[in-house]
Write a protein that binds this ligand. Structure first.
Ligand code: ZN
Ligand code: ZN
Length: 121
């Protein structure tokens, strides 16, 4: 028998708050911005919007200004690119739908890369 641990409860509570906060900014940014990847311009619909992720321009997840100036909508691939040097696991929201994500994993990865390079100024 384990007594309820105060620290465990605190950690659980802070996780709950974080989940709530992440849900909040994801919803807000999806309302604020068109469902288009900011890098490869891939467009999203209700069916695949779970593959569109919210990136924090300054990489600070706690910086969520109401005007959305720190958010950028990126598809999973471009978000991955964006973080490839930073090992940041921020973009895991919405990944519970594994079947769909797997089928999308073969979706022209180089097409995305091409437009990424083209968009570089
Ligand atoms: Zn993209
Ligand atoms: Zn990001």
């Amino acid at each position: 028998m384990k007594k309820p641990n105060k620290l465990d409860a605190l950690v659980a509570e802070s996780h709950r708050n974080r989940d709530k906060r992440e849900l909040g900014y994801r919803e807000k940014s999806l309302k604020m911005y068109p469902w288009v990847c900011g890098r490869c311009s891939r467009e999203f619909t209700r069916e695949n919007v779970h593959e569109l992720t919210v990136h924090h321009r300054d990489h600070n997840h706690d910086n969520n200004p109401a005007d959305g100036s720190n958010w950028e909508l990126l598809c999973l691939y471009c978000h991955d690119n964006e973080h490839s040097r930073l090992l940041d696991a921020e973009y895991t929201q919405g990944s519970s739908d594994n079947d769909k994500s797997n089928s999308q994993a073969t979706h022209k990865p180089f097409g995305a890369l091409e437009s990424l390079l083209k968009n570089k100024k």
